[in-house]
Each structure stands twice: as C-alpha cells, then as structure tokens.
Ligand binder design. Structure first.
Ligand code: KG4
Length: 348
C-alpha cells in the first residue's frame, strides 16, 4: 500500500509518500516547507500569508516527493489530506489540491483528522504500526489532550486543557521574555542553563482528581513575577532560571495526569506527540517516569513532531485498508474533533 499525504493545516506545507509493507510503515519521501520566517515579523501566523505560501509550494513539492520516491502518480493507492482542525484558509488549499489530484488520476482521496496524524506519529517514528489500547498525549500550539486510543478510530478524550494549550503557554511566556516566535524552542534552550527549583510556580489542577489541565494561571504567575522583578529581563542567568522553573511546572503536570490515566485504565503504553514533544527535557522526563512505572513510552522523533504529511499518509493508508471511501461532499472543518469513531460515517 502506497499513500500520498498532504498537510496544510497551519503554517507548514508538507507532502509525503509512505509505504506500508508487511505491517511496517516506511517514509519513502517527505518535504516540509516551514513558513516561520514569513510569519516571525508579525509574532504569529498571518492566515492570508500562510494561504499564499501553501499555494506557491504545494504543486512543486508534490512533483519532487514523487520523484524522490521514484514513482508516478499511478503508483499511489490513496491520497490522504488534512481536513481539520486548523486554519480554514490553509486547509482549503490542501483539500482542493487533493480533490483535484483525485479527479485527474482516479486515485481515491480521504480527509484525515490532523490529531489522528499526531497520535500515530510516535509509532511511525519507530517504524511500526500502532498497537491498541494506548494513552496518547498530544501537546502542540493548539492542543493539549489525553486520549484513550482503544482501536483504529476509537478515541476517547479523557483529559484536555481548560484554557491555554501547552505550546501556547510556551509561546506567550517567551513573548513576555522578548524571545522571537515560536517561543517553545527558545525557552527549552534557556532552560538548559537554569535551576528548575529557582522559582516556585503553580502546578494548576495537579490534585483536581480529574485529567484536566490549566496553563493560564502559570502564565499569569510569570507575568506577575516579571512585574515584581523587572531586573530578570536584564540577566541571562535569571532568564534561564525562570525558563527552567516554568518548564518543570509544565512537566510535573503533564506527567502526573498522563501516567495516572494509564495506571487507572491499566494501559501499558503511553505516547507523546505534537510540536511541543520536540522538547528533549519533556521527552526525557516521560521516558524516566515510564521506566520507573514499568510502562512503555513512545516519543516522536523531532522531524515527525511538528506538522508533517507522513503521519497523514499513514493514517490514510490504514483507513483505506479498513474500507473508507472518498466523501466528495466533505468540506474542511477548522474545528474538527476526535470523537469515538469520528469518521465511521464515511465507511461504506
Ligand atoms: O504541532 P505544532 O507544530 O503546531 C500546532 O500547534 O499545530 O506545534 C507548534 C508549537 C508551538 O507552540 C511551539 O512553540 C511548540 O510547538 N514547540 C515547542 C518546542 N518546539 C516547538 N515547545 C517547547 N519546546 C520545544 N522544543
């Protein structure tokens, strides 16, 4: 089975070819065109600029990945494209391109939930197909969710943020520290030189008795701390301590909630995915905790943590294998959620 993946949910255009042979997925070719430089002067993603970049890059990227994979379009069995969640104007470019390719080639296309792609990326990183059940933690700029993955397309969201997503908290704190967008990698770099115990910051909802998160209080605590201690911004060491303390507060809550979900449900595998899972300190803390609890922990390799088309291609391959067919009436859905059996209605 050979699948083409197309991903344009936000500010990265990506096209990939993934093969599944003898129950093993392999990325034959992948390109990602990042728009960070285009959006950086504005401090965040500008939707119209993102749309134009997708439009410029998608067709030549498609031609290049086919060439790298040594294939023609007729070698593909399915075209998978991100249908949501994401920016409406960005999603429209990918979906329109996929529908046009499908019409021109007669190869079926499938709309894929971007979050389902993130959930599969830790397995793709290991070159294996997903096994079930597992607990997936998705941490990105727009999402913080704990998902009980019971089977292919059987998702139960058992924990999520009540306010900011983890990546959003990283980006907002970085902005307060005058660091460029995106702030996550900047904070991680500074945190390496800091003391995690230097500043006592809140671990919101740590003992709430459920699997909900809240990060806006942590962000506010840092704003108040900076107001009371403006000298921090002048000192590299103090900035490092603040970043390390912030990051530790995030790690403590993510670990407590994810592992308590696994223990309560008696599940032996946890996975970590989404853009924030590029963070080595977070990954190391998860792997250490998993070892102590004798639970398997799969983290996502950096190249597959941020938005990429390989994860979309692999989900499309599995859905195609299990009988999903194109739904030509399908539109983009910027607010698409993972719900139990969310795409079952597309099955014939
Ligand atoms: O999944 P993603 O590429 O985009 C979506 O949100 O869909 O995630 C981007 C987020 C940004 O908030 C960025 O600051 C964060 O991931 N991020 C990180 C790191 N690398 C990216 N956060 C913490 N540490 C990192 N190393």
């Amino acid at each position: 089975m050979i699948a083409l993946g197309i991903e344009t949910s936000c500010d990265e255009t990506s096209v990939a070819v993934v093969a599944v042979k003898d129950n093993q997925p392999e990325i034959l070719a992948q390109e990602i065109s990042s728009q960070i430089k285009v959006h950086r002067p504005f401090g965040g993603v500008v939707p119209e600029l993102a749309t134009r970049q997708h439009l410029l890059h998608i067709e030549p990227m498609f031609q290049r990945v086919l060439k790298q994979a040594n294939m023609t379009i007729h070698d593909l069995h399915v075209i998978g494209v991100t249908q949501g969640p994401g920016l409406a104007s960005s999603l429209l470019i990918g979906l329109s391109f996929a529908k046009a390719l499908s019409i021109a080639s007669n190869i079926p296309w499938l709309g894929i939930n971007h979050l389902e792609g993130h959930l599969i990326s830790p397995f793709l990183s290991q070159g294996i197909l997903p096994h079930y059940p597992h607990i997936g933690l998705i941490i990105s700029g727009g999402n913080t969710q704990i998902i009980h993955v019971k089977d292919l397309m059987q998702y139960d969201i058992i924990g999520s943020t009540r306010d900011d997503a983890v990546g959003e908290a990283y980006d907002k704190v970085a902005k307060m520290l005058n660091m460029p967008y995106p702030g996550g990698p900047q904070i991680e770099t500074h945190a390496k030189n800091g003391n995690v115990k230097a500043i006592n910051l809140p671990r919101a909802m740590l003992n709430s008795g459920d699997l909900s998160f809240s990060f806006s209080g942590l962000k506010t605590a840092i704003r108040v701390y900076l107001k009371e201690n403006p000298q921090v911004l002048e000192s590299e060491n103090m900035i490092a301590d603040l970043c390390a303390s912030f990051q530790q507060a995030v790690i403590d809550v993510l670990i407590a909630k994810t592992f308590s979900a696994a223990m309560e449900l008696g599940i032996q595998t946890v996975t970590l995915s989404g853009g924030v899972s590029c963070n080595k300190s977070i990954c190391e803390a998860f792997l250490k905790k998993a070892e102590a609890k004798a639970i398997k922990c799969l983290v996502t390799q950096s190249a597959l943590s941020t938005d990429n088309a390989s994860m979309i291609a692999l989900v499309a391959a599995l859905h195609h294998q299990s009988g999903q067919r194109p739904d030509w009436s399908a539109d983009i859905n910027p607010n698409l959620r993972l719900t139990p059996g969310w795409s079952k209605q597309n099955y014939r």
